[in-house]
Design a protein around this ligand. Structure first.
Ligand code: GLC
Ligand code: CA
Length: 559
């Protein structure tokens, strides 16, 4: 960690802006239906995104990651894809998409799109064909069909539970059942089928040809499956080792043969297309395989997202992830919020519960999501400190739309307005993810706070206006201005992917690190002030008090 020599990949200025642009990119995730609505139907759309490119440019991000925008019945917020090579007509057209790519590229912003290869929607042409075709047909072979048990196949082939609750098998009426690890509307593909593989290669080329710079790979660890003739029970599946690459469903070694083929496609382009894996795997070593240069190139680590606001947890996670990424030849990824978890400004406002922050946020929501447990100001204070530290770490920073406004989770969405299948399939157990997907507030007042001209597809709370872009724009104390300044400085200061921990004089609540060029970061995780180390003061997550760093605050220094 103390080697401060520049790594070769990033030492050449022209290479940094080219094939290695992703290594330390700030990537902003857009959940398209909730970002900006250009045509006033209550649903965010592609032209809405295009209209906000100046906002994104001013924010200072390097790339946008676009969650699914494909035709979809929205059984799972668009992660149920009907057609991988088109745009949902409610969101726009392929021409609108091309205009968006142009506008982003002209603003110097790259585009990563979400690709969902583990399952299609049940409205996908292939699944319709599979249902119409008989048992044993090539059409059924593209998905995972099995005979049911019992005399007429009336019983499921196995008792597996879906990620969203309920059974993971669905009968089709002729004694056969299909597997869906997620919602019933999301049948899992059979990746042993060559047509499936070729079709995804065609999809990767389709979007790459349209100028897309990379892909975020949904459920990347789930594609390769090996189901024995007699299926194990859920309990047996749970008990099986997940570190050997031989689990029937998860993180099988052969999955990397698929990504090696994808890499072949990525490398047809100049610069090569990039990919980041969403891979929930058992060990850092297993994760590194997804991040290899022969595979997807980068993989999310959700460790900080799952941690408390705690110096010891942060230090351990940062150190180990930097080492792992280096070992894989990749750069690491940092993320606090995304479309699947309780927003971090809210998580950090709840009492800590070691290593279970995300879960705890859901528990609070299930319990009604109201005070007294929630410390709104403290949550935002800690979120700002954590983010300012994260933006100075080596590697890529993934930001989720609205976090730059300090938005919190929307707790009080009435049941009749909720959309997430996790809520409906798991009554009383899972509140679902709608609370972080509420359309963004752009203006202080007005219809849907400037999201569109006629309402929003999820109800926005009254307090949203105070967190709007309009309310925060130009206010030096706002979270928006903090992100803007930090992202601009990050660009100026960016340096080799190295970090050195500095001694903090025995204070367990403080983390202090230095990047190779003298960029120093101090985060005070404690509640009382500490003496500020020497250095030019560049930015802090809340005002400094004389020569002290207040509690729950991060400062960037230059030495
Ligand atoms: C990923 C997505 C999540 C989706 C699931 C199924 O975890 O992030 O939103 O529900 O995959 O596609
Ligand atoms: Ca719209």
């Amino acid at each position: 960690m103390t080697d401060t020599r520049p790594v070769p990949e990033t030492s050449d200025e022209s290479a940094r802006s080219d094939a290695t642009w992703w290594r330390q990119a700030a990537v902003y995730q857009i959940y398209p239906r909730s970002f900006a609505d250009a045509n006033g139907d209550g649903i965010g759309d592609v032209r809405g995104i295009t209209s906000r490119v100046p906002y994104l440019k001013k924010l200072g991000i390097d790339a946008v990651w676009l969650s699914p925008f494909y035709p979809s019945a929205l059984a799972d917020g668009g992660y149920d894809v009907d057609d991988y090579r088109n745009v949902d007509p409610r969101l726009g057209t392929l021409d609108d998409f091309d205009d968006m790519v142009d506008a982003l590229h002209r603003a110097g912003i790259k585009l990563i799109v979400d690709i969902v290869p583990n399952h299609s929607s049940n409205r996908h042409e292939w699944f319709t064909q599979a249902l119409a075709a008989p048992k044993g047909s090539p059409e059924r072979d593209r998905y995972i069909f099995r005979d049911g048990l019992g005399d007429n196949g009336q019983l499921p082939p196995a008792d597996w539970t879906s990620a969203f609750g309920g059974l993971a098998w669905e009968p089709v009426g002729d004694g056969q059942w299909y597997m869906h690890y997620f919602a019933t509307e999301q049948p899992d593909f059979n990746w042993d089928n060559r047509e499936v593989r070729d079709d995804f290669l065609a999809t990767l080329r389709f979007w790459s040809d349209r100028g897309v710079d990379g892909f975020r790979v949904d459920v990347a660890h789930g594609l390769a499956k090996e189901l024995p003739a007699v299926l194990p029970s859920q309990a047996e599946l749970d008990a099986m080792e997940k570190t050997t690459g031989q689990h029937p469903l998860w993180d099988r070694d052969e999955v990397h043969e698929i990504y090696a083929e994808w890499r072949g496609v990525f490398n047809e382009y100049d610069p090569p297309r990039i990919a980041v894996a969403e891979a929930w795997v058992a060990t850092p070593e297993r994760r590194a395989r997804y991040a290899s240069a022969e595979g997807l190139g980068q993989a999310f680590n959700f460790d900080l997202l799952e941690a408390d606001f705690d110096s010891a947890q942060f230090r351990e996670i940062i150190t180990s992830n930097l080492e792992q990424a280096k070992g894989a030849g990749s750069s690491t990824t940092w993320v606090f919020s995304n479309h699947d978890v309780v927003r971090h400004a809210t998580r950090y406002g709840l009492p800590p519960l070691a290593g279970r922050a995300v879960k705890q946020g859901s528990e609070w929501l299930l319990a009604g999501g109201r005070e007294p447990e929630l410390d709104i100001a403290g949550g935002l204070r800690r979120a700002r400190a954590a983010t300012l530290m994260m933006l100075a770490l080596p590697g890529s920073a993934y930001l989720y739309q609205g976090e730059e406004l300090g938005l919190g989770e929307v707790a009080d969405i009435p049941a009749e307005n909720r959309q997430d299948p996790a809520f409906f399939r798991n009554p009383g157990v899972d509140i679902g993810r709608d609370g972080c997907r509420v359309p963004l507030p752009w203006t202080h007042e007005g219809s849907s706070f400037g999201f569109g001209s006629d309402g929003a597809h999820l109800p926005q709370p009254e307090w949203f206006g105070r967190f709007s872009v309009e309310a925060e724009d130009g206010d030096p104390g706002s979270t928006l201005e903090l992100y803007r300044r930090a992202l601009a400085l990050r660009h100026e200061l960016q340096t080799a992917e190295e970090l050195e921990w500095l001694d903090v004089g025995g204070s367990a609540d403080v983390l202090h690190f230095r990047r190779p060029n003298g960029w120093e970061v101090v985060t005070n995780f404690g509640t009382g002030p500490i003496a500020l180390p020497a250095g030019e003061r560049l930015i802090s997550s809340r005002p400094l008090e004389g020569d002290t760093l207040p509690g729950e605050t991060t400062v960037w220094l230059k030495n």
